[in-house]
Design a binder for this molecule. Structure first.
Ligand SMILES: *[C@@H]1O[C@H](CO)[C@@H](O)[C@H](O)[C@H]1NC(C)=O
Ligand SMILES: *[C@@H]1O[C@H](CO)[C@@H](O)[C@H](O)[C@H]1NC(C)=O
Ligand SMILES: *[C@@H]1O[C@H](CO)[C@@H](O)[C@H](O)[C@H]1NC(C)=O
Ligand SMILES: *[C@@H]1O[C@H](CO)[C@@H](O)[C@H](O)[C@H]1NC(C)=O
Ligand SMILES: *[C@@H]1O[C@H](CO)[C@@H](O)[C@H](O)[C@H]1NC(C)=O
Length: 525
């Protein structure tokens, strides 16, 4: 991880408005030639019109060509690609699907909103955007933020409420200041010492806009000379973060949401930010670690690997659950970045994110769910609907497991006992096409790994190896070609996908075709 890496992510987030101008014409189906988009927008469309993952699909001027075409399991036309049924998405105290909505982006569609349990309005700020360095309001005045498309949108808020969803105001973001060396922004500096004003103004905005709570998105320094920065306001920053969090918990109406979304590198024992949030964790309804700043790389490593990142995400996640919330994993919402985080190699497409959430649920079958940056990259709800196939499997588990733990409406600091996770794996996590249908071939109840694994015996006692040939990127058959899985650079990535009834995976063309037209070749490595 380098500081330059941070620059690229956060400057991308900052200038996200420019990104939305990217538009690709044409579709990518049935082998029709085009540089179009795939129905599953997390896949790339090759110049031969096929959707897939890897260099043959995604590289500029990709060279995929018949007769070993880069082809897709998700082709449209004939045969029909199986579309997993939409799972019902209901607000619970667990299994959340929380979407950050950039308020400069175009407004979301109904298909997107259907997938979300919460929308986070990003961001309320005390600056005017300017190239290079934002113009801080030296009095820390916070403007009423637009909702989407840079404009107010009361009807979006009331429609979300009518659909039983929550809208959380996010205060902060990279434009307020970042602890990476390339960030010029320092607008937080002008807010330190103005805690009461910040609390009352945010409370007012939340009330005026009829929002449901606050997220504090602080990515700036909080320790003196942090990373050699020469920063001198560590004590003021820590006081500020503590007082606005506790202040907002006490000033917002009972039942309001209070949360933080820290960077993974800040949410590590030993860091002052970790300590201060731990001390006031009783004010938080849940916490949303950004597991995409580079310390961990779950999309590449799985939750329990550290080949690409320095730490495993499950170790940080478990520590957080134990240290902050007495082992209650429903209080932690796992953070993903769909497209803006190539700088830390942390973009997670839907398949990767679903795999991560599957693995997470093999450790914590009842967990807090997922959040992602950003709605604008969740085209037509394609990412969230696929990840929901996994996340929503356990929806409502908190209510059935234990009396729900409601954050107090008035806060007095207490420390939480540390405890081991109480939930043991007790079901096969999966990206199943239908809720509740167990997939016999995918049961990583032992330590999951994104590297080659041998699938356990299935019901027939038939052993099949889920493995990738060295350096291979593409799709491989599984379970007598009824399913396929992804390989990237020789490593298994994500869960397998069923072709669906009447279809079999054709290894030669790398997509599902009518079963009578496929001669199954079992996967061997
Ligand atoms: C408000 O949001 C809805 C849903 O995203 C959108 O369809 C509508 O165009 C927006 N209205 C305005 C005025 O932007
Ligand atoms: C700050 O430095 C520490 C240790 O040198 C490193 O782990 C961390 O990632 C750095 N943070 C940033 C934002 O560069
Ligand atoms: C968006 O998704 C819905 C349902 O998931 C589907 O019916 C619709 O065709 C999709 N629209 C586009 C443009 O892909
Ligand atoms: C796959 O095919 C083999 C050989 O025909 C058979 O023995 C085995 O039971 C099949 N396995 C599944 C999962 O259908
Ligand atoms: C299905 O497989 C057959 C035989 O390989 C092939 O000729 C046909 O084009 C495939 N169907 C589609 C829609 O690609």
């Amino acid at each position: 991880m380098t500081i330059a890496i941070y620059q690229s992510i956060f400057s991308l987030i900052l200038v996200g408005g420019f990104l939305s101008s990217t538009s690709l014409a044409a579709t990518c189906s049935g082998g029709t030639i085009g540089d179009g988009i795939c129905v599953d927008n997390t896949l790339c469309c090759s110049r031969f019109g096929w959707c897939g993952l890897g260099p043959d699909w995604c590289d500029e001027g990709n060279t995929a060509s018949p007769p070993t075409p880069a082809a897709a399991p998700t082709i449209t036309g004939s045969p029909p690609s199986p579309v997993p049924p939409t799972v019902p998405v209901i607000l619970n105290d667990d299994s959340r699907m929380i979407a950050y909505m950039g308020n400069w982006h175009t407004c979301p569609t109904a298909a997107q909103l259907t997938q979300y349990t919460h929308v986070v309005l990003a961001f309320a700020v005390s600056y005017t955007w300017a190239p290079g360095k934002n113009q801080c309001d030296t009095q820390c005045n916070i403007a009423t933020p637009p909702v989407c498309n840079n404009a107010p949108n009361d009807s979006l808020i009331s429609d979300l409420h009518a659909a039983g969803k929550k809208i959380i105001l996010s205060f902060g973001g990279a434009g307020m200041g970042g602890s990476w060396s390339s960030s010029q922004d320092d607008c937080w500096d002008y807010c330190f010492g103005k805690e009461e004003k910040v609390v009352s103004r945010l409370t007012e905005i939340i009330d005026d806009m009829n929002l449901d709570g606050i997220d504090i998105d602080y990515e700036y320094f909080y320790e003196d000379n942090q990373n050699g920065s020469g920063f001198t306001k560590g004590a003021q920053a820590q006081k500020f973060l503590t007082e606005i969090t506790v202040g907002l918990r006490n000033s917002l109406p009972a039942g309001s949401i209070v949360t933080h979304a820290p960077m993974d590198s800040d949410l590590v024992p030993g860091k002052a930010f970790y300590k201060l949030l731990k001390d006031i964790s009783g004010t938080l309804d849940f916490i949303m670690p950004q597991y995409y700043n580079g310390l961990v790389r779950p999309a590449l490593d799985g939750v329990d690997g550290s080949g690409f990142g320095q730490e495993t995400s499950i170790s940080l996640y478990s520590q957080l659950a134990n240290d902050y919330f007495g082992g209650d994993a429903t209080k932690i919402v796992f953070g993903f970045c769909i497209k803006d985080c190539s700088g830390t190699n942390s973009n997670a497409n839907a398949v990767q994110a679903a795999a991560v959430m599957s693995e997470l649920s093999s450790v914590y079958d009842c967990n807090g769910g997922a959040f992602f940056w950003v709605v604008n990259d969740d085209t037509n709800g394609s990412w969230s609907s696929q990840v929901n196939q996994v996340v929503q499997l356990n929806a409502g588990c908190a209510a059935s497991n234990s009396p729900s733990t409601v954050a107090p409406s008035s806060f007095v600091a207490t420390t939480h006992p540390s405890a081991a996770p109480t939930k043991q794996p007790n079901q096969s996590p999966m990206a199943a096409p239908t809720k509740g249908t167990p997939n016999p071939s995918f049961a990583p109840t032992s330590k999951p790994s994104l590297r080659a694994t041998t699938a356990p015996s299935n019901a027939d006692g038939f052993e099949e190896t889920k493995c990738c040939p060295p350096d291979f990127t593409g799709l491989r058959a599984l379970d007598n070609c009824s399913k396929f899985f992804h390989c990237v650079g020789g490593a298994v990535v994500g869960p397998e996908t069923s072709c669906g009834s009447g279809l079999l995976f054709d290894q030669k063309f790398m997509y599902c075709n009518w079963s009578d037209q496929v001669a199954c070749v079992p996967n061997v490595c």
